[in-house]
Design a protein around this ligand. Sequence first.
Ligand SMILES: C[S@@+](CC[C@H](N)C(=O)[O-])C[C@H]1O[C@@H](n2cnc3c(N)ncnc32)[C@H](O)[C@@H]1O
Ligand SMILES: Nc1nc2[nH]cc(C(=O)O)c2c(=O)[nH]1
Ligand code: SF4
Ligand SMILES: [Mg+2]
Length: 193
Amino acid sequence: MEAFYTIQGEGHNTGRAAYFIRLGGCDVGCHWCDVKESWDATSHPLTSVETIVAQAKEYPGQAVVITGGEPLIYNLDVLTQELQAAGIRTFLETSGAYPLSGSWDWICVSPKKFKKPQPDVLQKASELKVVVFHKSDFGWAEEHADQVAPHTKLYLQPEWSKAEQMMPLIVEYVKNNPKWQVSLQTHKYLNIP
Ligand SMILES: C[S@@+](CC[C@H](N)C(=O)[O-])C[C@H]1O[C@@H](n2cnc3c(N)ncnc32)[C@H](O)[C@@H]1O
Ligand SMILES: Nc1nc2[nH]cc(C(=O)O)c2c(=O)[nH]1
Ligand code: SF4
Ligand SMILES: [Mg+2]
């Protein structure tokens, strides 16, 4: 759908320069999704793996973030192998709703109520990033924290339109449950893509 060089705004790798590759197509249907224009894959032109990798190599960042849409609706083996062969680290943003493919240096799973994450993808998560839209989402976050591996980092991220209401609850929750950390969509405060 699009590719752009920016700063990773969310989660464990916040603050790192990265080339973002946003793949079109998603049927998970989060009503608060901030990239609804990505949902219809047919409205975006196809780009070859060669072109994507060649463009990624033009930037000095040492990492790419593959996001979407839901990137795991595609088999990402060839794309990620080519990127790693070029010395670029591969970071994934996924809901976990589709089978895992690809060769990854970092996997961020952000589970969704609207289409459940697959158990084996949760087990391979480097980080679990739960979007908090309502106070009931803390219990739902814990249910998913029980399904990840012991090394998985845990993040709570306010849903953007509810950030003002949810932030005080997230702050109190993390103070009382310090296995969790706060993740903010810092790129939106920085006014960058
Ligand atoms: C647009 S999604 C694309 C990748 C994948 N489909 C997913 O949901 O993880 C990228 C990240 O943005 C988060 N996100 C999307 N809309 C958001 C919103 N309104 N507020 C906070 N986070 C949001 C998702 O939960 C996910 O972690
Ligand atoms: N700067 C920036 N960081 C991000 N982290 C995850 C994003 C995404 O949409 O997947 C995103 C994004 O869209 N921009
Ligand atoms: S899974 Fe990701 S891209 Fe798909 S609707 Fe939800 S937030 Fe948007
Ligand atoms: Mg985004």
